[in-house]
Each structure stands twice: as structure tokens, then as C-alpha cells.
Design a protein around this ligand. Structure first.
Ligand SMILES: NC(=O)C1=CN([C@@H]2O[C@H](COP(=O)(O)OP(=O)(O)OC[C@H]3O[C@@H](n4cnc5c(N)ncnc54)[C@H](OP(=O)(O)O)[C@@H]3O)[C@@H](O)[C@H]2O)[C@@H](O)CC1
Ligand SMILES: Nc1ncnc2c1ncn2[C@@H]1O[C@H](COP(=O)(O)OP(=O)(O)O)[C@@H](O)[C@H]1O
Ligand SMILES: [K+]
Length: 495
């Protein structure tokens, strides 16, 4: 599990540790870790955007220095690189506020202060602001961020100190100018803003430097990894039968959108339930593609309602809302959903909107959902008393108790018609197999993203191909974790 902590939590842990250490010790730990990563990158051990120099001596390094401790980290790291023979050029955002000790160390090591970044740099350190940044970059910082962009376009690697300046550490929101980094070296803990877009897209590869912070057991945001997901996947035991493995019902498709039913069933068949039951007018299309599907109403352990339902079927969704069976609501099923109806439910509910659907549920515009994914997912979960999987550039899953997971496996190739239908079938199948909504949603998003990588291999991919790649995604997730999955909770009951 990759765990991320917000600014207040990191600051509290920092205070607690600083009280037990000599002055400046934490900054030295941070700077040492940062310089080590930079040296490795200069020697050719990182994203290969320019031919490796193979050594630190003779490298040209620019340092952008803000007025807080983030600038201090960058200056001390610059001093370490200068001592190893790099030419280091620091640009100070505000000469009167640059970290005194860091600046003295840099100058003593042979580094120079310059008016603007010189040309032909190998690497630029973004030490403008870190977790002390508030709101959009002010003009002086924005001007230096633009210099970082220019250097990057000319071939320099940009390394963000703690987080890219302009990214909100707690949310990943970006208001205006921002530094685009190839690598972010973050201290003590991942920050939510490094895992959630748009912030995550500016962070590049994130490297964590341990500085000894003691953090609470429960992170504010987490991202499951192979071993976590493998541990959640339902594996049949010797005594399993198809009913004990769980049956998932799919209420989807219409005359206008029969394909949505086929794709939701395609996802559901690969999600670990023992059987898939389809209800709706696209039964012939579903059977033609998947003869193993059960047709018509009957006992299920979870329902998926909504993909391609079109208009006029809300009464069927409402009946499911009134039942005590776990329920996933997606797409057309989300229209006109009332918070009261959801709050009355006794069984778990999972909503899987994309940004547009989330915007409609919240009565805001789509852009504000895309810009504030974490905040909007939390609002939805709270207002509707349900677990919410907000799809898109970073898929965010949030439960009503405020637990948040973000999916690390997504790819923009998934932005293709019908891939959301596959996801809802898959997540519903995991619900039917007995996973709770938070686990079902985050495991489904993980496998779905992995399947897209398998199927796409850097080329366009269709929703059907994503569904077909799900078994490979399941297998590689289990194999990579070394766990091979483990049996869990078969034999659930429902109506
Ligand atoms: N936590 C830890 O364990 C450790 C933390 N460490 C490091 O300390 C960093 C935090 O340092 P920090 O608290 O000094 O804040 P920092 O990020 O430098 O920003 C403050 C400066 O930015 C300015 N500023 C703010 N907003 C702005 C804007 N929109 N546009 C422009 N300017 C803006 C603000 O100006 P002001 O608002 O005060 O005028 C002030 O000058 C942390 O990220 C990590 O790198 C490590 O050394 C060791 C362990
Ligand atoms: N830019 C993106 N990066 C990663 N994943 C994306 C991106 N855009 C969309 N996706 C994913 O693609 C899927 C699209 O689902 P959805 O919008 O419901 O499409 P449809 O309704 O056509 O099935 C979701 O899993 C979503 O997370
Ligand atoms: K920074």
C-alpha cells in the first residue's frame, strides 16, 4: 500500500521528531536524500530524456529557490552536488528570504547565485515551494516556474523538491502556473497531491526519502499495490460452487444501447462471481456473445444497474434501491438519484460516476469536478451516504466514512466508449463475491487499469479488449505479489 498524508499530519510528525533531534537535522536528511537522487539521475539512472553524463562532476545544475524551507532543501542539495564537482547556479525568488544556512553552504561549495537560469543545464531543482505553498503561484514564482519549463524543453531534467511548486499538497489541485517535473523527491511521506491528478501528472516519477517521521496508521489517501489487490481477489476453495461464489445481476442495456449490456456482462464474467444474471431487452445480444449468462430475474448477491439503460427504466433501479442487496449504480441509473433513497438503504451501495455524472449529482460544473477530484468524491460519498468511485484521469474511491483510495494503474487509453461499462460489471462481480464496496471498487479499478495496459501496449484499445485482458491482469497482479491470491468469503447469501 502506498500511503499519503496531508500537510497538517506531516507537520505534526515533523514537530514531534524535530523536538528530539539537533537543529537542522531533518533538513540535512532531506537534502542528502535529494542530492543522492539527483546524482543518480545525472549518472544516467533516471528518465532518459537526454544522454547520460555518467558523472556528477562537470554537470550543470540550476536551483530555483523560494523563501521557505523548500528552498533550504534545494540549496543544501545544490551544495552537495557542487562539492562533487557540479556547476550549480541558484536563482533566488526573493534574495532577502532565501534560507541563510543553505545559501552559505552553496556559496562555500562553489555554487553561484545568478539572475536567471543559464542555458544547457542537465538538471533543475524546483525548490520554490513545498508543503507551505498556498493558492496559485504568485507572479514571481510563476516567472521562475516558466524558466524551469524552458530549461526542460531544452533537455534538462526537472526534479521537484517535495512536490512540484504550484500543486496543492493535500488535494492535487493546480490553480494557474505549475512546475512540470520529471521526478519528484518527496520527504517523509507521499502527499495526496502527488497521487491525484492534475497534481500527479506534474509530479513525474515520485521518489520517497525516509527522514524518520512517525505517521499515523491510517493514511488520508492510499493507493493499493499488487499485493494488496491480490489479497482481496476472491479465489474459489475446494468446496465452492457457482452459487457460493456469488451471482451478480446486471440491469443494463436498451434498444438504443445493447452494447452496454454486453460490455457490463463481459466485465462481470471476469470478476470472480460464479454466475452472471442479465435482466433487460438486450438478452439476445448478450447470449449471442456470452451463452454462459443466466437470463431473467432471480437470486443474486449484488446488482449492477445503469449502463446503457436509457430513459424510462428508473422504476427498476428504484426497486433495486429499495432492496437489501448490495448495489452498484452507474451511468443512466445515476440520473435523478435521490440522496434520501440511498441513505435509507441497509445494504452497501457503490456509485460509479464519471466527472459529468458526478457534476450532475452535485449540481456543479464538470470542470470543477475534474479540477477538484478528491473534494468532489468526498462530497458525493457524504451527501449520498454511499461509496463513490469517481472515474477519470485519476480514479478516486471514497467511502462514507471518509476513507480514500486512488488508483495507480490507470491509462488514458481507457478513455474509450464502453470501458466504464466493463468496469461496473467487474466491480459488481467483486461485490457479489463478498468484497465491501471500497475494496470491490478499488480492486476493480486496479485490474481494469492493468487490463488496459495489457491490451493497449501503447496503442488504441477497445472496451471489449479491456474486458478480454482482465484474466491476464488478474494473473499478473497475483503473480507479481507472490501471493497467488487467497480465498475469501464464499457462501454469502442474498435475495
Ligand atoms: N515537513 C517536514 O518534515 C520537512 C520539511 N522540509 C521542507 O520544508 C518544506 C516546507 O517549508 P516551509 O514550511 O518553509 O514552506 P515552503 O514550502 O518552503 O513554502 C513557503 C514559502 O513559499 C511562499 N509561498 C507560499 N505560497 C506561495 C504562492 N502561492 N506563491 C508564491 N510563494 C508562495 C511563502 O511566502 P509567504 O506566503 O510567507 O510570503 C514562503 O516563502 C517542505 O515542503 C520540505 O521541502 C524538509 O526540509 C525537512 C522535513
Ligand atoms: N484520462 C484518463 N486517464 C485514465 N483513465 C481514464 C481517463 N479518461 C477516462 N478514463 C477511464 O475510462 C473509463 C471510462 O468510463 P466512462 O466514462 O463511464 O465511459 P463509458 O460510459 O463510455 O463506458 C473509466 O474507467 C475511466 O476511469
Ligand atoms: K517544490
Amino acid at each position: 500500500m502506498r500511503s499519503a498524508y496531508g500537510v497538517e499530519t506531516v507537520r505534526a510528525a515533523e514537530r514531534e521528531l524535530m523536538a528530539r533531534l539537533p537543529d537542522g537535522a531533518l533538513m540535512q536528511r532531506a537534502a542528502a536524500g535529494l542530492a543522492a537522487v539527483c546524482a543518480q539521475l545525472l549518472r544516467g539512472g533516471g528518465p532518459g530524456r537526454r544522454p547520460a553524463r555518467r558523472k556528477v562532476a562537470g554537470a550543470r545544475v540550476g536551483v530555483l529557490v523560494g523563501g521557505g524551507d523548500n528552498g533550504g532543501d534545494a540549496l543544501y542539495a545544490g551544495a552537495r552536488l557542487a562539492r562533487r564537482g557540479a556547476g550549480v547556479y541558484a536563482v533566488l525568488m526573493d534574495a532577502g528570504r532565501a534560507h541563510g544556512g543553505g545559501l552559505a553552504a552553496l556559496l562555500a561549495a562553489g555554487g553561484r547565485v545568478v539572475e536567471r537560469l543559464p542555458e544547457r543545464l542537465d538538471l533543475v531543482l524546483d525548490g520554490l515551494l513545498g508543503i507551505g505553498g498556498r493558492g496559485g503561484l504568485r507572479p514571481a514564482a510563476a516567472a521562475l516556474a516558466a524558466q524551469a519549463d524552458t530549461a526542460r524543453a531544452a533537455g534538462a531534467l526537472v526534479v521537484a523538491v517535495d512536490l512540484p511548486s504550484g500543486v496543492d499538497a493535500d488535494t492535487g489541485e493546480v490553480a494557474g502556473a505549475v512546475v512540470g517535473a520529471d521526478v519528484t523527491v518527496t520527504f517523509g511521506a507521499y502527499k495526496p497531491g502527488l497521487l491525484i491528478s492534475p497534481g500527479a501528472t506534474y509530479a513525474g516519477t515520485v521518489r520517497l526519502v525516509d527522514i524518520g517521521l512517525a505517521l499515523p496508521a491510517r493514511p488520508e489517501v492510499s493507493a493499493l499495490q499488487d499485493a494488496d489487490v491480490a489479497g482481496l481477489l476472491p479465489v474459489p476453495g475446494a468446496e465452492s460452487d457457482k452459487y457460493r461464489r456469488g451471482v451478480v445481476g446486471v440491469l443494463a442495456g436498451s434498444g438504443q444501447y445493447p452494447g452496454a449490456a454486453v460490455l457490463a456482462v463481459a466485465g462481470a464474467l471476469r470478476g470472480g462471481a460464479g454466475a452472471v444474471r442479465y435482466v433487460g431487452p438486450a438478452d439476445q445480444a448478450v447470449l449471442a456473445r456470452f451463452p454462459e449468462t443466466l437470463i431473467g430475474t432471480g437470486r443474486v448477491q449484488a446488482w449492477v444497474a445503469g449502463p446503457g439503460l436509457g430513459d424510462g427504466r428508473l422504476a427498476e433501479v428504484e426497486r433495486l434501491l429499495a432492496s437489501d442487496v448490495p448495489l452498484l449504480v452507474d451511468a443512466d441509473g445515476l440520473r435523478g438519484l435521490s440522496p434520501e433513497a440511498l441513505r435509507r438503504r441497509t445494504a452497501p451501495t457503490l456509485l460509479t460516476p464519471h466527472a459529468g455524472e458526478a457534476a450532475a449529482l452535485l449540481g456543479v460544473d464538470r470542470a470543477s469536478v475534474e479540477a477538484q477530484r478528491l473534494r468532489r468524491a468526498r462530497e458525493l460519498a457524504e451527501r449520498y451516504g454511499a461509496t463513490v468511485l469517481l472515474k477519470g484521469s485519476t480514479t478516486v474511491v471514497c467511502d462514507p466514512a471518509g476513507q480514500v483510495r486512488v488508483n495507480p494503474t490507470g491509462t488514458p487509453w481507457l478513455a474509450t466508449a464502453g470501458s466504464g461499462d466493463v468496469l461496473s460489471g467487474l466491480a459488481g462481480s467483486l461485490l457479489a463475491a463478498g468484497l465491501d464496496p471500497l475494496d470491490a471498487a478499488s480492486a476493480a479499478a486496479y485490474l481494469h487499469g492493468r487490463a488496459a495496459h495489457h491490451a493497449a501496449a501503447d496503442a488504441p484499445v477497445t472496451a471489449q479488449q479491456v474486458a478480454e485482458a482482465l484474466p491476464a491482469a488478474w494473473r499478473t497482479t497475483s503473480e507479481a505479489s507472490g501471493a497467488g491470491g487467497r480465498a475469501r468469503r464464499v457462501g454469502v447469501s442474498g435475495t
